[in-house]
Design a protein. Sequence first.
Length: 152
Amino acid sequence: MKIDTIDKKLLVLLQKDSKQTSKQLSLSLGLSVTAVYERVKKLEREGVITKYVALLDKNKIGKSFLVFCHLKLEKHTKENIVVFEREINKLEEVIECFHVSGDYDYILKIYVKDMDEYRDFMVNKLTTLKHIASTHSTFTIGKVKSSNAIIL
């Protein structure tokens, strides 16, 4: 699918606020409401827009302790990778998991309430998974930049 200039502008607007109505978007883009609606539906159908979500204030829901956990597997076999990835997807504290190159195999992005909750997570959940050789945790001090928007 070819994304034209108008689609890019539309995607930028939706990334800023996906609750905008077709009418609001049409005024910003200089298009008819129908044209905007059809473009949004096309972008959804083609899988460019994959979902709409509500972003939460982590402090207000008691999950403001952000940890990046670097993890090594014992062996890099297909079986170990499949088992680990299946199991890590079941852990609700893990918001994102990346298979990476370098000294570690995976980087986990984890939100919990505090250090005690992270310790409980490590002892009772993460370290019970098979095939983990080692972990290294990095605790965030403060947020410098945070965005979910992708520049087009």
